[in-house]
Design a protein around this ligand. Structure first.
Ligand code: GTP
Ligand code: MG
Length: 195
């Protein structure tokens, strides 16, 4: 699906640090600890490309990865981390707004939602920001291996209901487990199909 190297390119803390907008770009947003970095590792087949950890709030920068010669994968810092200082949160929100509204090659934002918990208020805020930035977003449920079918179906219904209220939402929800490999090929194909 992708030809060329998979690599960490750079960590960015300001718009001036973004690489040239010369590739198809997708970003991964979601609450701290939802599994963004782990999902990027699974998608690229590189176990420790994006750092993953048990410590929420670990990824502080906008991290750029190359997926072949044609795509960037962008790992966004997690939101909703209760212990984050207000100043840090405000700086991050400013950068996120600038990034979402100022990146012409950003084709889709994947918003990761824990398959056990569904969409929370902090997620709703991001979805609203994506609507106003006119960035198409798609929800990805993570950690499917940790949820029983019945609870998963309840969460799927909740997410579906929430998406109906967001004009920028892409309707298909992708169920994933980075642990078991569920949904990873599907997500790779979705990314490869973006133009
Ligand atoms: P921040 O960078 O802090 O925003 O977190 P993140 O969203 O990048 O989460 P990260 O990938 O670091 O994963 C957090 C924890 O969840 C780690 O302990 C992962 O091993 C675990 N995890 C991620 N995905 C899965 C999954 O599909 N299944 C299971 N069981 N655990 C997962
Ligand atoms: Mg991370």
């Amino acid at each position: 699906l992708f030809t060329g190297p998979v690599d960490f390119l750079k960590g960015v803390v300001a718009m001036s640090g973004l690489p040239p907008a010369d590739r198809i770009e997708v970003c991964f947003a979601g609450r701290s600890n939802v599994g963004k970095s782990t999902l990027i590792n699974a998608l690229t087949g590189r176990k420790s490309l994006a750092r993953a950890s048990n410590t929420p709030g670990r990824t502080q920068e906008i991290n750029y990865f190359t997926l072949g010669d044609s795509h960037y994968l962008v790992d966004l810092p997690g939101y909703g981390y209760a212990n984050a200082p207000v100043k840090v949160v405000e700086k991050w929100q400013r950068l996120l707004k600038q990034y979402l509204s100022g990146r012409p090659t950003l084709r889709r934002a994947f918003v990761l939602i824990d398959a056990r918990h569904g969409i929370k208020k902090v997620d709703e805020d991001i979805l609203t920001l994506l609507d106003s930035s006119a960035v198409t977003f798609q929800c990805v449920l993570t950690k499917a291996d940790k949820v029983k079918a019945k609870d998963r179906d309840r969460v799927l219904a909740q997410v579906r209901g929430a998406l109906a209220k967001h004009p920028a939402a892409f309707p298909e929800i992708v169920l994933t487990s980075s642990e078991k490999g569920t949904g990873i090929a599907t997500l790779r194909a979705i990314i490869a199909g973006l133009e």
